[in-house]
Design a protein around this ligand. Structure first.
Ligand SMILES: [Zn+2]
Length: 158
């Protein structure tokens, strides 16, 4: 027959073992839940990465298309400017770029800084001051009213 003291020790050892088993069970559950969480995070991350990749591919495609379109537009403008004789008049489609008039289709425009630029209204060719032929083109006979006057902007001092 065990003494009261031996019974107490046995009881204490049993309780410690139960607590250790309970702790091990909780640790296992925690590890399981953490693993589950990491799996879900991985799934979410994969979805996000896939979406980002698709977006990048789409973006690259639209960028490439924009560049190709710009190249086509530039080539078309260069072709028009090469064909254009920058003169008014002309008949039919051919006359669109081969005007027979003595007047030029170049118009003088002033930018926000009051500087004159010359632009052909048919082919959009623009000649800026200082560029080759600017002075010559500036003196070509022009139809219509007097050239527009530049608007002078003044900045008020604070
Ligand atoms: Zn022109």
């Amino acid at each position: 027959m065990a003494t009261k003291q031996e019974q107490d020790i046995n009881e204490l050892e049993l309780q410690t073992a139960r607590e250790a088993a309970e702790e091990a069970k909780l640790r296992k559950e925690l590890a399981h839940e953490q693993l589950e969480l990491q799996r879900e995070q991985l799934k979410s991350l994969r979805r996000d990465n896939e979406a980002a990749r698709e977006k990048t591919v789409k973006h690259e495609a639209s960028k490439k298309q924009a560049i190709e379109t710009q190249i086509r537009i530039d080539a078309e403008n260069a072709r028009k400017q090469m064909l254009c004789n920058h003169r008014m008049g002309g008949k039919d489609l051919n006359g669109l770029y081969n005007g027979g008039d003595i007047f030029t289709t170049y118009t003088v425009e002033y930018n926000a800084f009051g500087l004159a630029e010359i632009r052909c209204i048919r082919c959009d060719k623009t000649v800026k001051p200082g560029e080759k032929d600017f002075d010559e083109i500036f003196r070509l006979p022009r139809k219509g009213l007097e050239s527009p006057r530049p608007v002078q902007f003044r900045f008020a001092r604070g």
